[in-house]
Structure formats: structure tokens, C-alpha cells
Design a binder for this molecule. Sequence first.
Ligand code: SAH
Ligand code: SF4
Length: 384
Amino acid sequence: MPLTDLRDLQLHDMTALLAEAGEPAFRATQLCHWIYKRQATDLQQMSDLPEPLRQCLRQRLYVSSLTLLRQQQSTDGTEKFLFGLEDGNQIETVLIPAGDKRTICVSTQVGCAIGCRFCLTAQGGLVRSLRPAEIVSQVLYFQAPGKTPERTFTNIVFMGMGEPLDNFQGTVQAIRILTAEWGLGISPRRITVSTSGLVRRLEAFGRAGLKVNLAVSLNATTDAVRTQIMPINKPYPIATLLAACRAFPLAVRQRITFEYVLLRDMNDTLADAKRLVKLMHGLRCKINLLPFNEIPGVPYRRPHEATVQQFQNYLLQHGLSAFVRQSRGRDISAACGQLRFEERTTTRLTDHASQATMPSALMAQGEQGRERAGSAATLREGKA
Ligand code: SAH
Ligand code: SF4
């Protein structure tokens, strides 16, 4: 029987598993304490569990960990970490210091199936989704006992490789572990999940009641342009996406962040800024403008500084909160859209560059996509 990774389990899963072995519920809390507070990766270390129980658990359980393969530091202080997974795949996690904030940008998939034309992660297609343990362990890495204080963090953004809502179960379960008292105990207000706009999943994510912040990658103001740069817009056009955003449960004072990658002459005109103001009408939101980070093989260009300023000013003058996000870590390819897995990774589940795969998969509600995407099965939005 394959071993179960303890860090994939919720507290109630552990309690049930221990009950099968005739153990009381408090043993599950002890296990959590070891794997999250003490960062134990070996059952043998868990000294307050009776030896026969440890022996018994070893037959069924283990604790996974990530292998740090490479660490790079940008001139602006941003650090990028390349981690190896148990199956040889690789993911990147980025640590971004800014003022008194230190933000960890975590990956949720190896690659991505969504196929946005401006994003490097899209170019290799999807290899696989990460397990909850693999997401949580990226965060735990920065909390490891013995680390210097500057290794700790204030915020977590799900903006690394992959589409978090395409890995719905992995993302939701990881967030439950990150925020639970028995887990890492991080406030959901410090966590932001960014999505390209898988609408059915977004609705389910709202129903999950996790209370984390939501960011939506809007990136265009007309369906024609958005479909051109983000194929996901075909099944879920702007009006459908924004209707789901309007219905998304928000706490008092909580706002949705809309990300807007500015591409020269594509979506950076004053007409776009005007349409954006109209689209945001009645939404509790803020806008993050991301001047495009140029990547090899992609025809788009970064807008001029002045255009970015003009765009932002128009939004500000019309009552929107709008920020220009200066790209961090561009010299080490750690900025938005620059993350990719190493070429030597295992078989991909989607075609290279995912030209037609993702949108058609979604439009067919998964049949074709499921075949091509194999066990990822995450393309089946209805299942969320
Ligand atoms: N898949 C999720 C989260 C990861 S992408 C999503 O798309 O929202 C995180 C952000 O980086 C998104 O807002 C995306 O639009 C932006 N991005 C992608 N490629 C970029 C690039 N080359 N330059 C600037 N921003 C980019
Ligand atoms: Fe995937 Fe996000 Fe990149 Fe689009 S922008 S390809 S959804 S990681």
C-alpha cells in the first residue's frame, strides 16, 4: 500500500486514521504539532508518541519535504527558490521583500494549462497539479526552525506557477492547513489567491468560505482582446467573470484586486482605461497595473513609462484605487509571468504552448481536456 503524506491530510482525516488504530483524537493534534510547529519529517522524532504507535503509523504514513535545488537573489532583494519534488518535477517559489512586508509567492501547479499568451509558465503546458503538502511545504520552508528572522514572511500570494483554481482541491486544502490553528495558524487576511477567471471554480471557491483575499487577472477591457491574450475568456467572457466577482462573498472592507498586465498598444490606451472604469462600476476593488515583463518568444512589448502613468492617472481621477506594481526580481526571472519549470521535467499533460487545448477543453466541459489532461482532471470545473 502506498504511504500517505501526513501533510496532505486535514485534522479530521488524521483523527479518523488514528481512530482506526484505536488511538484517541488528541494524538492527531500531537501529530500536527510535530509536522507543522516542529517541522518534523520523521515519525521517529515524535518522542511523545508511544513507540508501538510510531511503528504502526510508519506502515501507512510519511512526511514529505521539498529539496532546495537552487537559490538566486536579485539585485532588488527578491529571492527565487527552485525546489525538487519527489517525482523529479520542479517548482519555483519567490520571496519578495518590500518595506516591512515579506511576501512569499507560491506555485500551485507544475506548469499551467490556461495558455495565456503573455506568460512564460504557459509555454510548457501543464505537467501536474501540486498536492496540498507540496503547496504547504513551500510556505513551511520559510518558517523552518533555526532560520534567521529575515527568512520569515508577512504575506502569501498564490501567484507563482499554475492556476490555483485549476488545482481546486490542492489549493483549498492547502489554505485550510495554512490557516487552521492545528496547522500553520496564518490569518486568511494575509493570503491572496490569484485566478485567471475560471468562473464555476470561482463560485465554488466563494462557497468554500476561506476568507482569503481574491485577485483576478483581468488584463483587458474587451472580449476580443481578452480572448486573444487569455483563451479562458472564450468560455468565461468578461461580463460572466465580473458577475461572479460581484457575487463573491467579501468581508467588510475587503476588496477584490484586479490585475491588469499592460501590453503596449494592446490594452494600454486611454480608451481601455475608460472602459476599465466602467467595468469596475459598483465593484469593491483595487487595480494592480503590471507593466508587461518581456519574455523570449512572445511578441508583446512593455508600454512606455508615460503610458503607464497616464493609464494609472485616469483610473485615479475616476475614483479607482490603482497601483503600478514594479516588477521585482526581473534579473533572475522571478517576476510575474517569468516562472517556468526546468525543461528536463517529465511528460506534459497539455500540448506545448497549449494553443487549442485549454479553451476547447473548457468549452467541452472537460471531455476532450480530461483525455489530454489525464489525472489532472482539474479542468472539469463542474467537479469543484
Ligand atoms: N494563474 C494565476 C496566478 C499566477 S499569474 C493568474 O493568472 O492569476 C500571476 C499574475 O502575473 C497574473 O495576474 C498574470 O496576469 C501576471 N503575468 C503573467 N505573465 C506576466 C508577464 N509576462 N508580465 C507581467 N505580468 C504577468
Ligand atoms: Fe497560467 Fe496565470 Fe500564466 Fe495564465 S497568467 S498561463 S493562468 S500562470
